[in-house]
Design a protein around this ligand. Structure first.
Ligand SMILES: [Zn+2]
Ligand SMILES: [Zn+2]
Length: 273
């Protein structure tokens, strides 16, 4: 069942990528349901923003009839974790993230502020108002296992893909080349409001206004390209597969500085001078 059924459900859209993987588009970021419909041991990847929590919960209830076994976070930026406190409390489920991301999820360290000077339009321009303060999940958040395994997802492994944030991870299933890339690369130019609204397909580097280490971000894209994934869900934009993914990702990996690295920016000079 590789069909792409795009169904409207309230404030969220969903698109089936494989029979057991659905990309759910919330207000600005994507979240993933991993598990076949009616399967009771399913997992939620990222949580979107607080306003879409109820729609996500309803969708999960209709699809699975039960809460997930766990919530896995690709990273802790506000657009990926906005609903995580509410959902993990309501569902009473553990949350997992990379150890380097835990300070931002346990109230210990704020992210550096977004950098509006990276350019690219309205979304970057309004980025100073994006929240960058740490949230506090307290005892509900745990480190991902050090061996690369993913709790409750035996077919998957996590891959450290830092740069956009220190503990950013991607998730990969070797058996069919399926990648959940978080914000390591995305399929919409997130800095531009127009392409965010129209969701034009194009592969881009991580959202620039939050990316603090561009050298690592480049290595992460190269690491993911080397996997030769067959299909990918990214943190923003539509899922991508086949040649469009292969060609686009190789092109991005080979020309990262030209295509993704902003010409100027607070975090560009820090790491690339
Ligand atoms: Zn992010
Ligand atoms: Zn994001």
């Amino acid at each position: 069942m590789d069909g792409k059924s795009l169904l409207k459900t309230g404030t969220i859209d969903k698109e089936d990528v494989t029979g057991d993987l659905t990309c759910v588009r919330t207000l600005i970021a994507n979240v993933c349901f991993v598990g076949r419909p009616s399967q009771r041991d399913w997992v939620l990847i990222d949580t979107g923003l607080e306003p879409t929590v109820n729609a996500l919960e309803k969708e999960a209830e209709e699809r699975y009839g039960c809460p997930p076994q766990a919530i896995i976070l690709t990273h802790g930026h506000f657009d990926h974790v906005g609903g995580v406190i509410t959902l993990s409390e309501r569902w009473q489920v553990p949350v997992y993230a990379h150890p380097l991301e835990l300070p931002f999820l346990t109230g210990n360290q704020d992210y550096p502020p977004a950098d509006p000077s990276v350019g690219g339009g309205l979304m970057a321009g309004i980025s100073p108002i994006y929240p960058h303060k740490a949230i506090n999940l307290e005892h509900r958040v745990h480190s991902l296992p050090g061996d690369g395994s993913v709790p409750n997802l035996p077919e998957w492994r996590w891959i450290h893909t830092p740069g956009h944030s220190p503990g950013h991870i991607s998730l990969y299933r070797d058996s069919d080349g399926t990648l959940i890339a978080g914000d390591a690369f995305i399929t919409v130019k997130q800095e531009s409001a127009l392409s965010v609204i129209s969701q034009e397909m194009e592969l881009h580097g991580p959202p620039a206004y939050f990316t603090t280490n561009w050298e690592q971000a480049k290595e992460s894209v190269q690491k993911l390209a080397a996997l030769k994934p067959q299909r990918a869900i990214t943190g923003h934009g539509r899922p991508v597969s086949g040649e469009e993914l292969t060609i686009g990702l190789n092109h991005l990996a080979e020309n990262f500085d030209k295509l993704a690295l902003p010409k100027h920016g607070r975090y560009v000079q820090e790491h690339n001078s």
